[in-house]
Design a protein around this ligand. Structure first.
Ligand SMILES: C[S@@+](CC[C@H](N)C(=O)[O-])C[C@H]1O[C@@H](n2cnc3c(N)ncnc32)[C@H](O)[C@@H]1O
Length: 268
């Protein structure tokens, strides 16, 4: 039996990765559907500094441009929600934003643009070699197992910097390279907004224990890991907040239901 000549067999495999047409079409589709509510909130919000409609649209365009070109692990809805909070604090003296977990730099580039407009500094913490070795076995909220391979999501510091130079605002970034348990204890300045995307329970614990107490009154910490059961259990544990973080347990809207969570530090 003879098989069909190779050239006559159509190749239906579509390229979906960064730079592909598929990805560009998908990001526009997401913007008009999944992300639409947050896009409107971001565009319509009141900000304490002049921020024209054209400049707001340009920021959204640059977020989409970055999504199309760089592998990222977030949605633009999430990044716009964080950008809106950063911009709500625009002009605050010493405005400090922290990102823990930058992956290939797509989220860092987007956040840096918002931080530049707001007049602040973005402190970026990552090993820049991916996740640490671990034996954690977690579960997604829907019961699927979640395991995290050492080295997953790695973006080398030089390559992350190139991404931020091209798509973001490198001049407002300070990079802190190393494992969180080594770098975070050396960081002591008051924080206005923090965002964690670190996957592992051990990494989440150290980030919360070190960063949450640094939040100024009313400051905000976001986590993109609310889809993982052990992280949800920890966030729900009064003991964790009291003994490891040293604060009264905060209310966390959507805990156990949403991946993207917002935790506000108590106001005085
Ligand atoms: C999912 S990726 C971040 C993705 C990025 N925020 C984005 O949206 O594109 C998780 C990152 O957390 C970092 N990470 C996790 N645990 C860490 C630890 N204990 N120390 C340093 N970096 C860590 C990894 O190196 C990785 O870059």
């Amino acid at each position: 039996m003879s098989s069909a000549p190779q050239a006559l067999v159509p190749n239906w495999r579509i390229r979906r990765g960064p730079g592909s047409l598929y990805r560009k079409i998908r990001s526009l589709e997401y913007l008009a559907t999944r992300d639409r509510g947050e896009v409107w909130r971001f565009l319509a919000a009141r900000y304490p500094v002049p921020f024209s409609a054209a400049a707001r649209l340009e920021l959204v365009r640059r977020f989409v441009e970055t999504t199309n070109a760089v592998r990222g692990y977030h949605t633009n809805r999430e990044m716009l929600a964080v950008a809106r909070q950063i911009l709500a604090l625009a002009g605050r003296p010493g405005l400090t934003v922290v990102e823990a977990g930058s992956g290939k730099g797509a989220s860092t580039a987007k956040l840096s643009l918002a931080v530049r407009i707001a007049g602040g500094t973005l402190h970026v913490f990552d090993s820049f070699r991916g996740l640490p070795a671990n034996d954690e076995l977690d579960e997604h909220l829907d019961g699927r197992p979640a395991r995290f391979r050492a080295g997953a999501f790695a973006g080398r510091l030089a390559s992350v910097k190139r991404v931020v130079e091209r798509f973001g605002a490198i001049e407002v970034c300070e990079f802190h390279k190393g494992w969180f348990h080594e770098t975070l204890p050396r960081f002591e300045r008051p924080v206005d907004v923090a965002i964690l995307d670190v996957d592992l329970l051990s990494s989440t614990r150290i980030c919360l224990a070190r960063l949450f107490p640094l939040l100024r009154a009313g400051g905000l910490l976001f986590t993109q890991d609310g889809h993982l059961k052990k992280i949800v259990e920890t966030l729900a544990s009064e003991r964790f907040w009291r003994d490891e973080v040293g604060v009264h347990p905060p209310a966390i809207p959507g805990l156990g239901e949403r991946k993207f969570l917002e935790i506000r530090a108590a106001s005085p």
